[in-house]
Design a binder for this molecule. Sequence first.
Ligand code: AHR
Length: 609
Amino acid sequence: TTLTIDPSKQKTISDRLMGVFFEDISYAADGGLYAELVQNRDFEYTSDDHRGWDATTAWKSNHPIRVSTAEPLSKNNPHYVLLAKQDTLYNTGWGRVMAEPLQQFDFSVFVRCNNGRKNQLLVSLVDDKGEMLAKEKVKVEGEGWQRYALPLVIDKKALKSQVRLMLTPLKDDSIAVDMVSLFPHDTFKGHGLRKDLAEAIAALHPKFVRFPGGCMSHGQGLDNIYHWNESVGPWQDRKPAKNIWGYHQTRGLGFYEYFQFCEDIGAEPLPVLAAGVPCQNSAADKDGYGGQQGGIPMADMPAYCQEILHMIEWANGDPATSKWAKMRADAGHPAPFHLKYIGIGNEDLVSTTFEERYEMICKAIKEKYPDIIVCGTVGPFHNPSADYIEGWHFAKAHHDLIDMVDEHYYESPGWFLHHQDYYDDYDRKGPKVYLGEWASRDRRVENALVEAIHLCNVERNGDIVSMASYAPLLCNEAHQNWNPDMIYFNADSITSLTPSYYTQQLWGNSAGDHYLASHFSLPETIRYRVASSVVRDQKTGTTWVKLVNALPQSLTVDVKGMTISQGAEAVGFYGQPNDKNVKVETTRVSGSAIKLKPYSVNVITIPRQ
Ligand code: AHR
């Protein structure tokens, strides 16, 4: 077959198309990307987070665990544990953590001595037989809560073993402990994130990171809306919260850490905050949903708008003149984070309650920060729902306030094959599209193939679709809330980079800012399972030819209109449709007749000609 590329037909497309959607779902934050090894370090688990949980969950002791709230470390973290001589308190962590000889861990704790009297705390890492593989004695003293931090290094003669953290006071007096923490010494760029997961995300070369989630952002009920300012500052003052997905957020991974991660991987931060309404509750004024709360009371909305403006000031302001920016500087980042985007709302049901709050927030942002790109929402999708239609209508009518709208869809492979013209007729004068959550429903090669076809179509519409992020990103195998996800892991390592991961990676690594027209000569009966997208980065002159063959047979493609010189690099993957893993390969093409394997995705790099 022939692929005709026509470089004379070019258009500018988004140079920020490929990004990632990070949501704290399936233990993606605590027990996931956040490298903290201690579970329930704050002793703040409650049965509201998860049935049967309490302050002692994930902790074990040889004696009943004594929890207290008198004179706490912080009003936001009222619970702590009292330990006496002979008590051993250990943490079960997030699962199996293996340690090697000479491996270093970083331990820290807040301790309050009984009436300031001196004590000693034995801190150790023990294997499953109770043998101490690393240990340190900490002298604790003084009035009030004091923080102690020290390295724990595994004995050089130890065997590689599973370890857990244990605390034992050595003197008669009791002591109080809180914020008991253990990190691997080696975290991503030293900023406290799990190295394997952060590296896997960085390898996608995302141009942006959306956080802290979808439903997590607007939360379950008014009290559960994510307030960014409760997630920054010293750990003990951050406000832990119930996670809408049925667990607990310590907020150790908070806005500071998200912004730092974005900077570390060269991605734009895209924080998404609630549009003044929690999950589903904007439906209070709609029939059929009855009885739920509406949004934040209108009397409190000006303060909520200010809270959002403070976030922008916190991220971008000057510490010399702004108390919010000073908080950022005090946390270790005097330079601004250069925030350019903000998301407002997530899949909210479109009602008066929602619309009046949404408009108020967007107006407040645009009035104070006209250059910030506001990314609105168009409600849940559902093929398409009434909310989605109303949401688009609202966004178009308020285009001066809403630059882009966030669309979500999770569909079958067949849907993607049959909606290849999906964006072709979108109104180019209206708001741009942020395809904020999307995936085909499963984690097989077939899904990765149709997602690659969809991305060819999205790139063809890269003048209207500005950003796209597959969702969800991370899943701890032991705590799955959603299926499929892009990266699966356990307490110790990554267990699966799904086929969809490789599609995202190929597109992330071949991002252009110009789209060049291309056309396959193929019979209509098979045409819909074959796709191409040719993009160029104007700055470097590099062109990428992306070819998807979702047919069971190989295809030889004769490329016309551009010279593909012998030896050009082709990266890609192939597999059988039901495979859960792909075979990734890098080859060299031998001239302009390109052979595509059955069920394969291929990206050919053509340096400036
Ligand atoms: O990505 C998982 C969930 O799907 C998100 O939280 C929500 O926005 C969507 O419904």
